[in-house]
Design a protein around this ligand. Structure first.
Ligand code: ATP
Ligand code: MG
Length: 353
């Protein structure tokens, strides 16, 4: 996988800007606020389907403009492809694949695959479950396009159930119907996440062990409200029982309290919860291992390399971890942002803005 070029128009702080990339290391260099992270955000739109900063589409449109566009030209599996996203204020974004409009995200997610690493990813260990779920979902959507459709159907139903619970007199029968569907879809989501996390855990703990020269162990465990139930049927049954037991509380509190939207995973270092007991350095190594494992898994699943977008890692990580990454990713294309030229990293230097 190789990004050839990206063109942005009225995207964030950019008017019209186009840049081409080398196949190895690319360094986006420039002072604070020049637009380095913005450019990575634009590229990642095509891998994750949305901003990795959690921004809404309209927030990425240049102040004072009505629409924006980002176009990505890249090579994969021996062919060159072009993806384009057009963002509008007050209207859904339009997506184009090689000049033709596509209506569903699932039709183009997975074509371009990238792993992004930003200082915000420390949330993977330190933050709320939402960050870890977002990480899983983005990683899985790139490798399994079916998962995109599953997730979007589940979220739509969850939204409808929430609206029903918020209404003045929630209809108990309607809630039962939603619960039945949410149990089946939720079971498929939880089953996929559980098997993905098992593979991720294996890879990440091997990487963590390498990074710490075998001195420390890291363990990742999947957490779900559906318990240890086996297979889709078992999980669906378990969700249904849970929904029934929480139905009255959900009606009283006017919100959804349980389901696959609560899945999570925990990180333990030397058998202790990393969120509570690990040092900053250990937490950084754990996050880095998870991100490198994400890329390695995607490469295993698809048989092609990913593009690595590394935002500010030079200021965030100490030298030995920086070198670990650079060595580990040898042979891949990566795009790194930094404020000063770093001869040590080498590669093509690009100055946006
Ligand atoms: N929708 C928008 N329209 C115009 N400008 C925007 C928009 N959103 C953000 N910006 C501007 O983009 C700039 C930030 O860009 P970005 O985060 O890419 O900087 P950076 O080069 O990564 O900086 P740093 O080195 O501090 O990380 C800010 O000046 C901000 O005001
Ligand atoms: Mg930045």
């Amino acid at each position: 996988m190789k990004v050839n070029s990206v063109t942005v128009c009225n995207f964030r702080n950019y008017g019209d800007f186009s840049v081409s990339f080398d196949s190895g290391i690319n360094v986006l260099c420039g002072k604070n606020g020049i637009g380095k992270t913005n450019l990575l955000e634009g590229i990642f739109l095509f891998a994750g389907g949305k901003s990795f900063r959690g921004a809404k589409d309209r927030e990425m449109i240049r102040f004072g403009c009505e629409n924006a566009a980002v176009r990505l030209n890249f090579d994969t599996g021996g062919s060159t492809n072009e993806l384009e996203a057009r963002l509008f204020r007050g209207q859904k974004k339009q997506l184009f694949k090689n000049g033709f409009q596509v209506t569903r995200l699932s039709e183009y997610l997975g074509l371009f695959r990238a792993v992004v690493f930003t200082p915000d990813h420390m949330d993977l260990v330190k933050g709320a479950p939402e960050s870890r779920r977002r990480f899983l979902d983005i990683a899985m959507c790139q490798s399994f396009p079916r998962y995109v459709a599953l997730l979007s159907e589940y979220n739509k139903l969850l939204f409808q159930k929430s609206a029903c619970l918020k209404s003045e007199a929630p209809d108990g029968l309607l809630i039962d119907i939603y619960n039945e569907k949410l149990a089946t879809l939720g079971a498929s989501i939880t089953k996929s996440r559980r098997s993905f996390v098992a593979r991720l855990a294996k890879k990440a703990s091997e990487i963590y062990s390498d990074m710490t020269s075998g001195g420390e162990s890291m363990k990742i465990s999947f957490l779900t409200q559906a318990g240890d139930a086996d297979g889709s049927d078992g999980l669906a049954k378990s969700y249904l029982t849970l929904f029934e037991s929480k139905k009255e509380s959900e009606i009283q509190r006017k919100c959804c309290l349980c389901g696959a939207q609560r899945d999570d995973f925990s990180v333990h270092i030397k058998d202790r919860n990393a969120k509570l007991y690990a040092s900053q350095g250990q937490q950084r190594s754990a996050v880095l291992s998870l991100k490198l494992a994400e890329g390695a898994l995607s490469e295993d699943y698809t048989g092609d390399t990913c593009v690595y977008l590394l935002d500010d890692i030079l200021s965030e990580l100490d030298r030995s971890r920086q070198e670990f990454i650079l060595e580990r990713l040898c042979g891949r294309q990566f795009i790194i942002t930094c404020c000063e030229d770093t001869e040590r990293v080498g590669g093509k230097v690009i100055r946006p803005g």
